[in-house]
Design a protein around this ligand. Structure first.
Ligand code: HEM
Length: 413
């Protein structure tokens, strides 16, 4: 009884905030004020999530790096106490085969080795001319079409979708099917049943494609996975699930960054001019890092669970405790990035955590970087008069996915 009273009193004195928190009105790009306050004042704290549990909440850049590389934390979503994003994701986790996104070393190392090679800097650099051509063709089509245009459907979505379809060996003609199911599978608004049905549709689709590649291999990533099945290095279910993960992650994320980055630049014309007039690829590359930092589109925290007790910052994270890493908090940690709310394309932002950190750091980061470098350095140069076709307060954001995005971005020129 006494314990209960103490707990209740303590909770009243310092209520655990709910997570994820809504953004503040009028500041769609800023992490919520509570997240920023916790980063400054209580960097290792707790939040309450949808199921009432209170995982640890890690906000500072240095603490995130220390923990995300600590072998005592696990990404195994089937451990009791794992801080799932939603009820739907908790249900899906029970039936998801082993995959790079839910395994720890040494299993993770084995699976990741199977998919690393198409994503090395060298292989991705070789795709730059093809990405440039895709971008130029889409801008030609946009210029030839009616005004205003929606930058999401004209450029944001098709560039990464065409690129990942080509890289994986998935027919682009099926993009409406796989985009719809990816969105449902990842949305916080989907029920468990909807998320599972969408995931199953995608797995079945990828399994069918792998069947075709087994019979008739081509020069693409699904054919490489098919070769590994033949060599007995992975199962067909593992290969199909891997294909789903790469297809989803490979088009949704860059598709969010292209219109969001453009919106930020249109709000900061001096910075847009710097990027538009840059001849040095290093300036363009630095600009992309700063936009990745500033926007941090993966905005609802990457999730882990402690497999052993861990001491950090005067706190003890017990084995079995859930842990949430808010990447936007780390990317807006003023100790690491002074004046984080200023878009400064010249700043050294490369140490940002928009791609996560540690063994699960984004597989597709080199690809995302090149896509964004090509699109941002081409679009504003080819259409120097590009501007919003509606007032800023009419732009609709979509915050319900793992990566936030824009529903549309009407632009004219
Ligand atoms: C701007 C674009 C992107 C952003 C911001 C982004 C962000 C992230 C983040 C934060 C993680 C770490 C998740 C965690 O630690 O739990 C991650 C992992 C991952 N990303 Fe990306 N991503 C982007 C583009 C891509 C692309 C283009 C691909 C595909 C080709 C991709 C494939 C993956 C995969 C497969 C993982 C899981 C890696 C693992 O668990 O070992 N991502 N991404």
């Amino acid at each position: 009884m006494a314990d209960t009273l103490t707990d209740a009193t303590e909770e009243a004195a310092s209520p655990v905030p709910g997570y994820p928190m809504p953004r503040d009105a009028g500041c769609p790009f800023h992490p919520p004020a509570t997240v920023r306050k916790l980063t400054a004042e209580e960097p290792i704290s707790k939040v309450r999530i949808w199921d009432g549990s209170t995982p640890w909440f890690i906000t500072r850049h240095a603490d995130q790096r220390a923990l995300l590389t600590d072998p005592r934390i696990s990404i195994d979503e089937t451990r009791p106490g794992f801080p799932h994003m939603t009820r739907g994701r908790a249900e899906v986790a029970k039936v998801t085969p082993k995959l790079i996104t839910n395994t720890d070393a040494p299993e993770h190392t084995r699976l990741r080795r199977m998919v690393n090679s198409p994503f090395t800097v060298k292989r991705i650099e070789a795709l730059r001319p093809a990405i440039q051509k895709i971008t130029d063709d889409l801008i030609d089509a946009m210029l030839a079409g009616p005004k205003p245009a929606d930058l999401v459907t004209a450029l944001g979505l098709p560039v990464p979708t065409l690129v990942i379809s080509e890289l994986l060996g998935v027919p682009y003609a099926d993009h409406e099917f796989f985009h719809h199911n990816s969105t449902v599978a990842l949305s916080h608004d989907s029920s468990a049943e909807q998320a599972m049905r969408a995931g199953a549709a995608l797995s079945e689709y990828l399994d069918g494609l792998i069947g075709k590649k087994l019979a008739d291999p081509a020069d693409d990533m699904l054919s490489q996975l098919a070769a590994r099945i033949k060599a007995g290095e992975m199962t067909r279910a593992e290969a199909a699930t891997m294909g789903v993960a790469v297809l989803i992650a490979g088009h949704e994320t860059s598709a969010s960054m292209i219109p969001l980055g453009t919106l930020v630049l249109l709000q900061n014309p001096d910075q847009l001019a710097l990027l538009r007039d840059a001849d040095d690829p290093k300036v363009v590359a630095a600009a992309v890092e700063e936009l990745l930092r500033y926007l941090t589109i993966v905005h609802t925290g990457v999730r882990r669970i402690a497999a052993e007790d861990i001491e950090i910052g005067g706190q003890t994270i017990r084995a079995g405790d859930g842990i949430i890493f808010d990447l936007s908090a780390a990317n807006w940690d003023a100790g690491m990035f002074p004046e984080p709310d200023r878009v400064d394309l010249g700043r050294a932002a490369r140490q940002h955590q928009a791609f996560g950190y540690g063994p699960h750091q984004c597989l597709g980061q080199n690809l995302a970087r090149v896509e964004l470098q090509v699109v941002y350095s081409t679009l504003y140069r080819r259409i120097p008069t590009l501007r919003l076709a509606v007032p800023m307060d009419e732009i609709q954001f979509a915050f319900e996915g793992i990566a936030y995005s824009l529903r549309s971005l009407p632009v004219t020129w």
